[in-house]
Design a protein around this ligand. Sequence first.
Ligand code: PXG
Length: 452
Amino acid sequence: MQALDAKHHMHPFTENAALARKGARIMVRGEGVWLTDSEGHRILDGMAGLWCTNIGYGRKELGDVAKRQMDELAYYNTFFQTSHVPAIALAAKLAELAPGDLNHTFFAGSGSEANDTNIRAVRRYWDIKGQPEKRVIIARTNGYHGSTMGGGSLGGMAPIHAHGGKIDGIVHIGEPNWWAQGGDMTPEAFGLMRAQELEAKILELGVEKVAAFIGEPVQGAGGVIIPPSTYWPEIQRIVDKYGILLIADEVITGFGRTGNWFGSETFGIRPHIMTIAKGLSSGYQPIGGSIMCDEVAEILGSHGDFNHGYTYSGHPVAAAVALENLRIIEEEGIIEHVRNVAHPYLNERWQALADHPLVGEAKLVGLMGSIALTPNKATRAKFASETGTVGYRCRERCFANNLIMRHVGDRMIIAPPLVIRPEEIDVLIARARKSLDECYAGLKDDGLLKAA
Ligand code: PXG
C-alpha cells in the first residue's frame, strides 16, 4: 500500500517525493479517540482527524443513516426550485442552534467552499445595497480559511499565497498572537492594539471600500492562538461602529470545540455570517456551509438570482449524516461533557505541562490547546534553529509514542475528539510528557537548545 500510495496518490500540503521515500503511515480503523494503523499500533488521536471527528470514530448510527438515505434518495440538487428533506431539516436545525438571527444556511461541500460563498455573498450584498465599491475583505495574517483560491486568499499564510497568488480585494492585519509578538506589552494591551489595526485599516482604505472582516474566534491551523480577552470585544465595537459585515469562521470552533455550540458564544461575538464544516458532520461526510443572518439572507434573496452554488450544496446523504451527528451531540450531552468534565480535567493537566523545561505557555479553551516550546521561558525566546525544527522533532516523538499531537512552527497543538474520557486524557498527557522529555534530551544532545 505504501508503494502504491507513493506511486499514485498526491497528498495535500506534502512534499510527495520526500513522503514517497519515507512511506505514509496508513490508518485502517477508528474507535472513539483511538486509531489503528496498518502495523497494529493503537494511536491516541489528539487532533480529532483534522479537527473534525468531534463525536469520535466508529459511531455506527451515522453509517446506518447514510445507507438509509442512499437507498431512499442518494442524490438530488437544491438548484432550480427543488429541495429535499435532509437539507431542509438540517437548515432548520442549524437555525435553532446558531445564535441570534443566524437563521439561513447556504450549503457547501467544505469549509473552503463555504468561505468562497462568503466572498461572493458579501460583495453581492453591498452591490444590492447600492454600494458596489464596498468589496474589500479584511482578514488576518496567519489566519486559515481554506485552500481554494478564495479561501487561501482570505487566509493570511504566505506559503499558500506563494503558490498561485491571491485574488484581489483581500487585505490582512496582524494576528492577536501575544506569545510570539507581544513584546513587553501585557496580553490585554496587545489584544487591544491588534484589534485596533482593524479600525486603522478601515480608515486607511476608506469605509466605503470595506465589505467585511473575517476571523476565526480562535486561530486553529495558525497554532491555536487564543486571543487576549480584550481582542474580540474591540473588534465587535469597530465592526458595529463602521457597519461592515462580520464573518466568524467557525469551521474548527463550531459544534462544541470551545465548550459552547459556537466559538462566537464563547467569545461574545455577534457575526452576520458563520462559516461551518468539520464538526458539522464530525467528518463522517464532507459538508460545510455559511449560516447567514436574516438581513443578509433577505437582501441576497430579493434581487434576482444569487449566481452561486455547488453540485453538492446540501447533499442529502451528507445532510442526513450531519443531522444525526447533531442529534448525538445534543442527546448525549457532549458539549456539557466538554464544559463540565473534559475541559476542566484536561486544563489542569495541560497547564501543568508549563513546568516542563521546554514549555513556555500552555493554553486550552474547551478542547483546543497549544503549548509554546521555547529555550527560555522568561524571555519567551525563539529557538536559534529554523522555526519549526524543534516542533517537528517534538511531533516525531509524539508519533513514535502513538500520540497524534501536531506542530505549527514551534507550537504543539491538540484538539482531541470531544468525547475523550478522563482516563484517556491521562494517556494523552503521559504520552505528551514522555515525548517532550525525549525531545528535550535530543535537543540537548544535538546542541539545539539555543535561543535566537
Ligand atoms: N476555515 C477554517 C477555520 C479551517 O480551519 C477551513 C476553513 C477550510 O475547510 P476545508 O473543509 O475546506 O478544509 C479550515 C480547514 C491544519 C489544517 O493543518 C486545518 C484545516 C484544513 C487542513 C489542515 O491544521 N482547516
